[in-house]
Design a binder for this molecule. Structure first.
Ligand code: NDP
Length: 331
């Protein structure tokens, strides 16, 4: 059996960016249902920070990374949708994309259309599929119609800028929050109807103003601890709190009774990996994402690029809220 070696980023224990170590790892042949892929570019995501810090626990050592693009290098038994030489991209569970070469389950890997570059493919899969399910599947019971207001936190980030553009394409009035005035300008330039600097303004009061006191049908909240309470104030009766991240820390436990008092609200906490549990579901969502990118309605902004060897700095920038749009690691 051929043994290859790959540079990879690994942690041996949870901690800060200094725990990210470049190591050489052996890479074998793909087993049944697996492929080996030679990466061209790697996507950086906030979930990588949670896994590194320990907020999302994993056994150690852990090779990080949930998103990449590359060329299929070998195909295991039973894999029919990919062939050696195919251009491909993925959002994966388990992690391991911070590497030159890896073996992984084929079911989460999709062929990348020729018109989409490897860098764009690496940047957009996890974030774009997340925007897809948030806007199209995590729906309020009353439905979402063109013209409806929704609130999207951290709208200048990776998932955020995709969501701004996609929401506009769907006719939604997206109110985006961001941490600086410059980020708010970016949010507006990407299709948001309104932008709020939540570090200098009371976003709940602004949402009430914008919606004529009614509130929004959905709040998409990936910030977590810092925005949770005020986000609930932004919802109209029967509105949906779609919590999907914890950039500021985990949401503290709450008593369900308060949802009734605030207007019979709904709360959901979803993860992309439930949505892409099967090959068919992954492909259907990816086709939708590819179509909206190829149509030009959603542009993937790669605002930061770091060589793999500078992964520690990439994590520092993401955590320090210095990034906008997507970040990739280059090989
Ligand atoms: P982003 O590029 O959006 O970066 C996170 C942003 O969160 C920052 O830029 C910052 O924007 C904002 N933020 C607010 N408070 C803090 C804080 N205390 N520390 C750091 N950042 C903060 O990351 P991603 O696009 O990779 O992911 C966006 C969010 O979506 C993450 O929370 C991620 O975990 C979540 N996610 C969830 C998925 C799911 O299925 N559940 C799948 C994919 C992503 P600003 O300065 O404007 O406040």
């Amino acid at each position: 059996m051929t043994q290859f070696t790959s540079r990879a980023v690994r942690i041996d224990q949870n901690g800060g960016p200094e725990e990210l170590k470049i190591v050489d790892v052996p890479v074998g042949e793909p087993g049944p249902g697996e492929i080996r892929i030679r990466h061209k570019a790697i996507g950086l995501n906030f979930i990588d920070v949670y896994q590194r810090s320990g907020l999302y626990p994993f056994p150690m050592p852990l090779q990080l990374g949930m998103e990449a693009s590359g060329v299929v290098d070998a195909v295991g038994d039973g894999v029919t949708h990919l062939q050696v030489g195919d251009r491909a991209a993925y959002a994966s569970n388990p992690p391991g994309s911070y590497s030159e070469l890896r073996v992984m389950p084929a079911k989460c890997v999709c062929k990348l259309p020729d018109a989409i570059s490897f860098e764009t493919g690496a940047a957009m899969m996890l974030k774009g599929l997340t925007a897809q399910y948030l806007l199209k599947k995590a729906r309020p019971v009353e439905g979402l119609e063109p013209g409806d207001h929704v609130l999207f936190h951290a709208a200048a980030g990776g998932v955020g800028l995709i969501a701004c553009q996609w929401a506009k394409a769907l006719g939604l009035q997206l109110i985006g929050t961001a941490g600086t005035d410059a980020k708010c300008q970016l949010v507006l330039a990407n299709g948001a109807a309104h932008a709020i600097n939540y570090n200098t303004q009371d976003f709940a009061a602004r949402v009430k103003d914008i919606t004529g006191g009614k509130g929004v049908k959905v709040v998409y909240d990936s910030v977590g601890k810092d925005t949770w309470d005020k986000s609930l104030e932004c919802l109209r009766p029967f509105g949906l709190m779609a919590s999907f991240g914890n950039a500021s820390g985990a949401v503290p436990p709450f008593a369900p009774g308060m949802l009734g008092a605030k207007g019979s609200l709904y709360v959901t906490r979803q993860t992309l990996f439930t949505h892409i549990a099967t090959r068919e579901a992954t492909q259907a969502m990816a086709d939708d994402l590819f179509a909206v990118v190829l149509s030009g309605q959603v542009k993937i902004h790669i605002d930061q690029r770091y060589p793999l060897a500078e992964v520690q700095q990439a994590h520092r920038s993401l955590e320090a809220r210095q990034t906008t749009g997507c970040t990739i690691l280059t090989l």
